[in-house]
Design a protein around this ligand. Sequence first.
Ligand SMILES: Cc1ncc(COP(=O)(O)O)c(C=O)c1O
Length: 370
Amino acid sequence: MTTRSIPFFPYSQLFTARESDLMEVMRDVCRRGAYILQKDCKEFEATLAAFMGVKHAFGVANGTDAIIIGLKAVGIGPGDEVILPSHTYIATAAAVHMVGATPVLAEPGPDHMLDAADVERRITPKTRAIMPVQLNGRTCDMDALGAVAARHKLVIVEDAAQGLGSKFKGRSAGTIGRFGTISFYPAKLLGCFGDGGAVVTNDDAVAERISLLKDHGRNADGRVVAWGYNSRLDNLQAAILNYKMKTFPADIEHRRRVAALYQAGLGDLEELTLPPGPEADPRHFDVYQNYELEADRRDDLRAHLESRGIRTIIQWAGTPVHQFRELGFAVSLPRTDAFFKRCFMLPMNVALSDDDVAYIVAAIRSFYGK
Ligand SMILES: Cc1ncc(COP(=O)(O)O)c(C=O)c1O
């Protein structure tokens, strides 16, 4: 077998694959001198809202600011607890901390997503919100979480940084809770060439507060009427996102095809636990931001793949949030701990060819002697 070189994520290819088009997009913005809050940003917000089926979408500086601004807009702050999964990026918990509230960490269910039953056990009189993370391009079981929220009169707010395009029962990730947030970090489903994010909501009053919070508290007339941040999506990034949005549905189909090929090639290996396949559950439309699986002898398998030129990673560099002891977490989450001894991620991106996937599948099968 000839050895290939398959990066985990081909950052430079995002640009080189469409270099002349992208140079034209950037030249156009710069020649217009249109850097901050210009028409490209407005256009992108409208396109994003239409794509997600939501009333309001606001570009902001990054996906972390998006959560902070959303939480502030719904009035979550000191004295409040927000329940979220430990299997998430530190940003989800940090945003809760930064608004003065307390992040309470919970366990995943078998599909890696926030487990509604575990959430319910962690509710206290201080709990104000549940924040599902729409991880790996999959939307949580929002019926189960919604039932818990309704029973305890809690608000649901969604960290959909990894979920753009994913759906639960036909509704887009990020549009089901009071607000939802997206990240346009370069390796995200829809990535820009730097930092970028969005907050979306169907609630007019929340939308009004988000629009003030993200731009120095300035209203449509430019008058300051509240305290706010400087957290705006760069117009240059918005123009790049407008361009990339045109192929986004095809990009999603590409990812779903790669997932189907992994499922077909690896589904019979009992040493592995794969994520749900694209057709596994009609309630879910998964877009595979990541292909995260569990494996027996995970570290040896990763070394075997590395020796064949296949780069893999463990999400969050292998550390779920509750294991950051310096941040003061003292909670024991045995299911999350067990998951992090077995999980890792295979390459999943639009540059992967069918041959690349066949090569990765063959390498994994050879490791297990199949
Ligand atoms: C689940 C999750 N939440 C929040 C974020 C934060 O987004 P950003 O890096 O754009 O601030 C990320 C991505 O990095 C993420 O994966």
